[in-house]
Structures are given as C-alpha cells and as structure tokens.
Design a protein around this ligand. Structure first.
Ligand code: HEC
Ligand code: HEC
Length: 459
C-alpha cells in the first residue's frame, strides 16, 4: 500500500498505537496473547490494508525507507529503452512485484491460466545443478516464462485440467475438491522429455522480516526428520544455496523454503519473474536462448532499489488476530492442538536480534509455522525436488492473517497452487504427515469443526 502523504500515515500510526495500548489493558488470559501476532509490529486493522501497512513501531528513518520500498514494490517495469524502470523481459511472467502479490497479499488463481497473473510453473529435469538445486531444463531454465515483449516468443503456454474428488465428512457434509493436473503446451522449441513441473502462486509478503529473524537453532529444535518421537510428524529443514552470501543456508522462503532470505528471493523474482538483472543475478535469465536477450552485462535494477524492496517486505506489519476471547474460538484453539495442527503450525516464536532493524528484533510472534518441510502426501505432490525438499514436501505455511484473505484479496484460495477454494478445502488436501490430522478433522462433530474453522479464521 502506498501512503499518499505522511500525515495520513501518522494518524494511522497513532491510531494503531492507541489500539496496542488498549489491547495491553485487556490482556486477561493466555490465549489473548496471540492477538499481537507480530509483537510490536502488529497492526490492528482488519480491512483491505491489513497486510499492506508498515509496522507501527518503525523509526521515522525506517518508515521513510519502507515507503521508498513500497514504491519499488509497486513499480511497473516496461521494455527498454525507457526513462525509468526499463529492462523488462524479453520473456517474463509479470511486470511488478505488486501484480503477483496484490495488496501485499495472495494472488488469485487465474481463470485463464495463461493470462498475466501471480501464477507460474517452476520447472527442471531430473538431477541437480552444481549447488544441489533444481537442474535447469535446457533452453528453458528453472521457470517457465509464459509472457514476452512484442517481437519475442514466450517459452510456452501452461495447461490445467481439473478433476473432482469428493470427500464426505462424518456429519454427512460433502465437499468437492478440484484436483488440478498441469502440463506445458506450445513450447518455442522442442521441450525435452520428462520435464518436472511445480505450480506456484504468489503468497502474502507481510511479517517476513520477523520470520527471517527467528534464530536458526529455534527452528532446528522442532525438526524431527526421522520421526524419533513416532508421532507421524517429522519436519525437516531445507538447506539451500544462497546467491547473496554464496554459502549454503537454512531455506526459509518460498513454498518449499528454497530461498534463504528475502534479498535472495527478491533478486530471484526480478530475474526469473520479470527478466531483470541485479548485482546478485547479473546474467539475464533468458541469455543464450533463441527467444531471449542477446545483450548481457547491464544491471537493470540498482542495489538501492533491490535493498528498498527487500526492506519493504521485512518491515510490513502483521495483522492482529481477532475474536480470540470468543468462546467458539477458544474451543477451536483447543481442537487445533488436539488434532495435531499445532505440531506443524507451531503457534509462537521469539525473534532474534537483527542489528539493522531493531523494530523486528526480540519480538514474540504468532506465525503458526515451524518453517520446516513436511511430506504432505501424493495429492499435493509436485514430484519435483528443490534442494533437500522432496517431491512431496512443502514448507508449513504461516497461518497469521489467513482469516483476512477474503478482505485483503476478495478470494479465499489457498495452498501452493491456490487449488483450495477455502480453509476447509485446504485442510482436506492435507495428507502424508498430516493424514491423521486431516482424518481427525473429518471425524469432528459439526460444532467442533465450526469452532476449529472459527479459530483459523480468527488468525
Ligand atoms: C509472476 C509473479 C511474481 C512476481 C512478479 C513476483 N513474485 Fe514474489 N512470489 C511469487 C511466487 C509464485 C512465489 C512463491 C515462489 C516459490 O515458492 O518458489 C513468490 C514468493 C515471494 C516471497 C516469499 C514469501 C514467503 O512467505 O515465502 C517474497 C518475499 C516475494 N515473492 C517477494 C517478491 C518481490 C520483492 C517481487 C518483486 C521484485 C516479487 N516477489 C515479484 C510470484 C511473484
Ligand atoms: C504435517 C504438518 C502439518 C499439519 C499436521 C497440518 N498442516 Fe496445514 N499445512 C502444512 C503445509 C506443509 C502446508 C502447505 C501445503 C501446500 O501449500 O501444498 C499447509 C497449509 C495449510 C493451510 C493453507 C495455508 C496457505 O497459506 O495456503 C491451512 C489453512 C492449514 N494448513 C491449516 C491446517 C489445519 C487447520 C491443520 C489441522 C487440521 C493443519 N493445517 C495441519 C503442514 C501441516
């Protein structure tokens, strides 16, 4: 969100501070603690700006940096030559960060899969690259760019076909899940055989500085790769090549935790999603392809702009949880624990020290994720590995803000490709390590199920 003037912003900030003060007085039981989901970065808003508001505790200097970053996040890139924000493509998926993370939230699933949207395919062939990451498809790389500038050919088109899968809950409620199958059509050159496809949709970008600041040891403490406690839930860290530090690091971002930090994820987005070079990825993603760039070596996005957009994602505030004192919601929180949701969606962490951004340091947060990978079963599998993440493994999604999705985005699509049309469908797609949890959900009495959903919607 872009504030037209600082005054509005100050008014808003004072308002949220006031609300923070009130909520402090009202803290009467332990469950209410989770209301300040982002600690002091919490914004007490439940409208369409709930994901797109700066953390209220930013210093004036940091607020200014954040607002600069906001402009970078919204900047629409065009083809070169252009006085500003040129260099798009020539092949790409979309032309601004905001286009795929509208209102800093989740993109909607495109009706026509090939229109401009926040959805794309990551692709690769069997094997790994020199850093243990996905092996590029010759002539296509590791992401399918389905858009191109005038005079260029997109790499290919995507195809999606739905099949229905019916699940009957114990109280007789029938739910029709739509199971997508994906393929690639009309490639610009012959496509090698056995290309692996991982469909992905843009997710919310608030609260990410906090997730980046969780001490690694606190994440690892929850890992149980070989399920020694035999509860059916393991949880494993991804370790990925970080192009920023040129070292192997704990993966934290992306649906399979394939990126170690927000800077790498953002530089990767400029490169793969938009066809823009940065100091981190100076080579055009399409360089050497017959439909790609013939020139190379120009840095199209400056370090200043890259750092600004990164700072922006690091310092967006987290929306407060709502209704945590309602009886139904309290009941739902107990069921959430009882049926094992909290084994992966771990409620709370305390962030470590980030010397550059004290505002996000040492905060008690309620993201409801363990930041680890879990086998989610065949139904959700993309069958494509990403570093240590297998073809069935995905990172536990944070649940903070999920209940506001309809307000921020006008839809309620969830999961890595947006296939679930609401929270109940998202739960019913869970399998693998979450199979028991899902089955317990199916067995819930109607009121219990409604209580659980009320709790998730309160986050
Ligand atoms: C074409 C659509 C598209 C564009 C453009 C795009 N993104 Fe994304 N973004 C995605 C998708 C899809 C993912 C998930 C990627 C994955 O799982 O590997 C993602 C993931 C992210 C994440 C990780 C969030 C998390 O919780 O793990 C961040 C941060 C991010 N994008 C920031 C940006 C920034 C900054 C820009 C602009 C420089 C940008 N994105 C441009 C689609 C897009
Ligand atoms: C074994 C670990 C695990 C358990 C147990 C688990 N989840 Fe999840 N959850 C995940 C993972 C991993 C994802 C992301 C899957 C994907 O995108 O394909 C996810 C996604 C979700 C989403 C969608 C979020 C989004 O941003 O798209 C919701 C909602 C959710 N879980 C709720 C629940 C509830 C409620 C329970 C208990 C009934 C539960 N989960 C149990 C691991 C788990």
């Amino acid at each position: 969100m872009y504030f037209k003037n600082i005054r509005n912003c100050v008014i808003l900030l004072s308002l949220s501070l006031l609300l923070v003060e009130c909520s402090k007085d009202e803290k009467i039981n332990y469950k209410l603690d989770g209301q300040s989901a982002g600690g002091e970065t919490t914004v007490f808003l439940s409208n369409s700006q709930a994901f797109g508001t700066p953390a209220p505790n930013l210093s004036p200097e940091h607020l200014e940096m954040h607002l600069e970053g906001d402009k970078a996040f919204e900047a629409i890139f065009v083809s070169s030559p252009a006085p500003t924000h040129g260099g798009l493509g020539p092949i790409f998926n979309n032309s601004s960060c905001n286009a795929c993370h509208p209102s800093d939230a989740r993109a909607s699933v495109p009706t026509n899969i090939n229109e401009l949207s926040g959805f794309f395919f990551r692709i690769s062939v069997e094997g790994t690259d020199e850093h243990g990451g996905p092996k590029p498809v010759p002539g296509f790389g590791t992401q399918l760019q389905h858009q191109s500038l005038f005079g260029y050919e997109p790499e290919a088109k995507m195809e999606r076909k739905y099949q229905t899968k019916e699940i009957v809950l114990s109280d007789g409620l029938k739910v029709q899940l739509q199971r997508p199958a994906y393929s690639i059509i009309d490639p610009y050159i012959e496509l090698p055989e056995n290309v692996l496809i991982s469909p992905r949709i843009g997710m919310p970008v608030f609260g990410l500085g906090l997730l980046e600041s969780i001490p690694e040891k606190d994440i690892i403490a929850n890992a149980d790769e070989f399920d020694r406690d035999q509860d059916g839930v393991s949880g494993k860290p991804n370790y990925v090549w970080d192009a920023v530090t040129e070292t192997v690091q704990l993966g934290r971002f992306g649906w399979k935790a394939g990126a170690a930090n927000i800077l790498a994820q953002s530089a990767g987005a400029y490169s793969g999603d938009m066809g823009l070079t940065t100091s981190i990825f100076p080579v055009e993603s399409s360089y050497g392809q017959s439909n790609g760039n013939t020139e190379n070596g120009i840095i199209e996005v400056s370090d200043d702009e890259l750092n600004a957009v990164t700072f922006y994602c690091q310092t967006l505030g987290v929306p407060a949880a709502r209704n945590l004192d309602k009886e139904q919601v309290i009941e739902g929180s107990k069921i959430f624990e009882k049926i094992g949701c909290a084994k992966c969606h771990i409620p709370s962490f305390i962030t470590g020290n980030n010397p550059n951004i004290p505002e996000i340091s040492n905060q008690k947060i309620y993201p409801y994720t363990d930041m680890l990978l879990h086998d989610m079963g065949e139904d959700l599998a993309d069958n494509r590995t990403e570093y240590l993440a297998s073809g069935t493994e995905w990172k536990t999604r944070p649940l903070w803000g999920v209940g506001l999705t309809n307000v921020t985005s006008g839809h309620t699509s969830f999961l890595h490709d947006g296939r679930a049309r609401n929270i109940m469908e998202a739960i019913l797609w869970h399998g693998g390590e979450a199979e028991n949890s899902k089955n317990d959900f199916i067995e819930l009495a109607t009121e219990e199920r409604e209580a659980l959903l009320a709790f998730v919607n309160a986050l």
